[in-house]
Design a protein around this ligand. Structure first.
Ligand code: ZN
Length: 121
């Protein structure tokens, strides 16, 4: 699972359809991070929204629509990445079992620490 060998400057169009990545706002930067991981994980996304959510950090639909809690924009970048990878992996693995955990570790080595930090928010 070597991520560095993949070309990052050639992005398949289907990843971007309907996703507005324009601008330099925190929201746009967050969405770009989501797209970056989605490309690494081969997940074609239809939409990404960042909006106020109660009781949840993110949600996803099998149709490729992802929503993130806008609160993440005010939190450390690493925690946002945790939520991004966590949610994206659910497109491949619907639970938090062994496979999910090993994939989490492959992308974010200290994911369990991040999980603990996030639970304090
Ligand atoms: Zn989950």
């Amino acid at each position: 699972m070597s991520r560095s060998k993949r070309p990052r400057n050639i992005l398949p169009a289907h990843f971007f359809k309907g996703i507005n990545l324009a601008g330099k706002s925190d929201k746009a930067k967050f969405k770009k991070r989501v797209v970056k991981y989605a490309i690494d994980l081969d997940i074609p996304l239809k939409s990404i929204s960042v909006r106020p959510m109660s009781r949840k950090w993110a949600s996803c639909s099998t149709a490729g629509n992802l929503s993130f809690n806008a609160e993440l924009l005010n939190m450390p970048k690493k925690l946002g990445e945790y939520v991004i990878v966590h949610e994206l992996l659910h497109f491949h693995v619907p639970n938090h079992g062994k496979l999910w955990k090993s994939l989490m570790r492959a992308y974010l080595e200290d994911y369990d620490k991040l999980e603990k930090r996030l639970s304090k928010y």
